[in-house]
Write a protein that binds this ligand. Structure first.
Ligand code: GDP
Ligand code: IMO
Ligand code: MG
Length: 430
């Protein structure tokens, strides 16, 4: 296998960063293909917690080639901050390649995102406020500023001026988060950022395709999750990019024929940050237990994540549209002490049971989950977990194996990786 895609197949925060970090060791390159710093990917190594918003999650393994593809929207101040923090940790020999076609999140996009959310009031989306939606809006309406534009100052200045003019009726303020929203100020800021980032900019599709053709091993790192995909998610409570594996082809310029494998990362239960439908959401003490034991606090915005039982209706939909060929199951340690674990196998909608994921939120809002109850606890002491790392399924506690096999039977894909704690070492192939 040379090209593997790793995507989240719930509402994000499934543990993609951890799985990418685990797999990166055996790969040469890690490539982000969509989203921006709305992502928050956490990696725990030897007690140190690292959170990355833009830098691909292979960065903690020396010598990996890292790519930010054309499908991303980039906040260059945030990216520079991540590079500076890594340098403080002594990680400064980073091979980072940024697509010359990637769009840039401008300060007016951040302002517009926050102000749009305030204007929507209780009907808001609950975005991360990072300017993602407005930056993709400008991309699709053909007004975006791209990395290659940083090379041409005259053009850059003109585009900034037009950008500010276009968003002025939404923003209605000249200052946002300490930045004066004036052409000169923003131009000066991006002229300096451009100088810093020019050495990183390249035709990344050419580089990635050549590398794949020469036999290098590539990991494509998804952000968000399939249920946040702009087409296949819980629209309009979604992000503004294509989060499924198809996003790789448009977000990197690598054709679908070059992808060998798609791993869907599945959290052992379900979480969601922000607003929007969530059929298996709990509001009781089980929710509190999941939140506390799973430390369910958003890595980007610090918001508490909504929690509920595993939902196989959304997972079947995500496996299908995301083309997942295998699964990585995370956070099973969080479920370990429950005597009974519920799994949603269908929705009851207007008196009819279905396992088809509906397209509209008004239908989803009426969906009542139909549950199957599986036995716990998982009896995961340290000794058992160490044994699983070498003995796999043969030494697995019966209830845990039963939980995994139930999911596999329903989704018709094998679970190949098991994660049972935040540390890099709490991971096993099974
Ligand atoms: P991502 O956005 O998909 O990369 O996921 P996040 O990093 O936003 O959220 C996942 C959270 O769960 C992080 O705090 C991880 O450190 C943590 N985590 C990942 N895998 C496991 C696991 O198997 N068990 C536990 N307890 N925590 C995990
Ligand atoms: P990772 O990669 C979880 C959610 C936001 C909001 C919606 C739209 O860490 O899994 P946006 O700012 O993208 O316009 O917000 O999408 N969202 C995420 N939720 N994990 C993420 O990324 C997310 N990125 C965006 O909370 O509901
Ligand atoms: Mg996250």
């Amino acid at each position: 296998m040379t090209a593997t895609v790793v995507i989240g197949i719930q509402w994000g925060d499934e543990g993609k960063g951890k799985i990418i970090d685990y797999l990166a060791e055996k790969n040469d390159m890690v490539v982000r293909f969509q989203g921006g710093n709305n992502a928050g990917h956490t990696i725990n190594v030897d007690g140190e917690v690292h959170k990355f918003h833009l830098i691909p999650s292979g960065v903690l393994h020396p010598g990996k080639e890292l790519f930010l593809g054309n499908g991303l929207v980039l906040d260059l101040t945030v990216l520079k901050g991540e590079l500076d923090r890594l340098a403080d940790l002594g990680i400064n020999q980073i091979s980072l390649n940024i697509s010359d076609r990637a769009n840039i999140i401008m300060p007016y996009h951040r302002a517009a995102d926050s102000i749009q959310e305030i204007t929507l009031g209780s009907g808001n989306i609950g975005t991360t406020g990072r300017g993602i939606g407005p930056a993709y809006t400008d991309k699709i309406s053909r007004h975006g500023i791209r990395m290659c534009d940083l090379r041409d100052h005259g053009n850059l200045r003109e585009k900034i001026e037009k950008g500010l003019h276009r968003w002025k009726d939404v923003i209605k303020t000249d200052e946002f988060q300490g930045i004066r929203l004036r052409t000169d100020e923003i131009f000066n800021m991006f002229r300096d950022l451009g100088e810093f980032f020019l050495p990183f900019i390249s035709n990344t599709s050419r580089l990635i395709n050549k590398s794949i053709d020469s036999g290098k091993k590539v990991l494509f790192e998804g952000a968000q999750g399939v249920l946040l995909d702009v087409d296949f998610g819980t629209y309009p409570f979604v992000t503004s990019s294509h989060t499924l594996s198809g996003g790789v082809t448009i977000g990197t310029g690598v054709g679908p024929t070059k992808i060998d494998k798609v791993i869907g990362v599945i959290k052992a239960y379900t979480t969601r940050v922000g607003k929007g439908p969530f059929p298996t959401e709990l509001k009781d003490r089980t929710r509190d237990t999941l939140q506390q034991k799973g430390c369910e606090i958003g890595a980007t915005t610090g918001r508490t994540r909504r929690c509920g039982w595993l939902d196989l209706v959304i997972l079947k939909h995500s496996v299908m549209v995301g083309g997942a060929t295998a699964g990585a199951l995370t956070k099973i340690d969080v479920l370990a002490d429950f005597d009974e674990i519920k799994v949603c196998t269908g929705y009851m909608i207007d008196g009819k049971e279905t396992d088809e994921f509906p397209p509209s939120i008004s239908i989803l809002d009426r969906a009542k989950p139909v549950y199957t109850t599986l036995p716990g606890p998982f009896d995961l002491d340290k000794e058992t977990l160490d044994m699983i790392k070498t003995g796999g399924r043969d030494v697995m506690p019966k209830n845990l194996l039963n939980y995994i096999e139930f999911i596999e039977n329903e989704l018709k894909i094998p679970i190949e990786i098991l994660s049972f704690g935040p540390e890099r070492s709490n991971t096993s192939e099974i």
